[in-house]
Design a protein around this ligand. Structure first.
Ligand SMILES: [Zn+2]
Length: 238
């Protein structure tokens, strides 16, 4: 199990940001990621406003409460903090929330089609991708945040129509890997649909078994650690 001290969590948040930036989830400075403090579940660490995913530092990470108040840190807070507060409030099982604007996921949401298991990542989300269509604008109020949390329900991901995605997971490792998996699954389904996907679906029990396997915490940890290493190793990145 990874260390869960605030210092270790901040280091993982920095890794998470770098991985999301590298995977194209940044949309300049607009994405955000948070992780709940294990010994203070009504507080969470969050990337600040005005910096990119790749610019999170030990110094600029904010500590925020479930009303959206900054309790530690001096950087500007994202106005969309209420996506995080309302999901953390509604879902005690969720310890990390990510909101991004990835290209293929956003295009996929616009098709209005259900996700199919046309790839292994697709098996994780097939038939279980709710859509929040309350607004195309930023989520700036607790009420709007509650709307996103309600649309999410008990799932890991909610599509936000003409906007992006929100991921909610038991760990920051899981949330990051699921964001990358969803974007790749959306890209594959868009490509397959564009040329006319006409393969039948695999039996639901096979899809469910694969899903269960892909959702194992050790899978998330292994893949997150790999991506943390490989993005760190790139020249010019740190
Ligand atoms: Zn947004």
């Amino acid at each position: 199990m990874p260390e869960s001290s605030p210092h270790a969590l901040k280091r993982r948040l920095i890794d998470a940001g770098r991985i999301l930036e590298h995977a194209g989830h940044g949309d300049m400075t607009r994405g955000h990621v948070s992780v709940r403090l294990p010994d203070r579940p009504d507080h969470f660490l969050m990337k600040p406003h005005s910096v990119g995913f790749g610019e999170i530092t030990m110094e600029n990470i904010l500590t925020i409460d479930l009303d959206g108040n900054v309790v530690a840190g001096t950087a500007k807070r994202h106005s969309e903090v209420f996506i995080h507060t309302e999901i953390f409030r509604a879902r005690p099982d969720v310890h990390s929330v990510i909101h991004t604007h990835p290209t293929h996921t956003t295009a996929f949401a616009a098709t209005g089609r259900p996700m199919r298991a046309l790839s292994q990542g697709g098996a994780v989300f097939a038939g279980r991708l709710p859509v929040y269509a309350g607004t195309i604008d930023l989520i700036r109020t607790p009420e709007q945040g509650r709307g996103v949390a309600q649309a999410l329900g008990q799932e890991n991901a909610v599509l936000m129509l003409s906007h992006g995605l929100t991921m909610a997971a038991p760990s920051v490792e899981a949330a990051v890997i699921l964001c990358l998996s969803l974007e790749e699954a959306a890209r594959i389904q868009l490509l397959a649909d564009a040329v006319g996907a006409d393969v039948p679906d695999f039996p639901p029990e096979q899809v469910a078994a694969l899903r269960e396997n892909l959702l194992r915490p050790d899978q998330f940890q292994t893949n997150f650690d790999f991506l943390a290493r490989s993005t760190r190793a790139q020249p010019g990145r740190h």
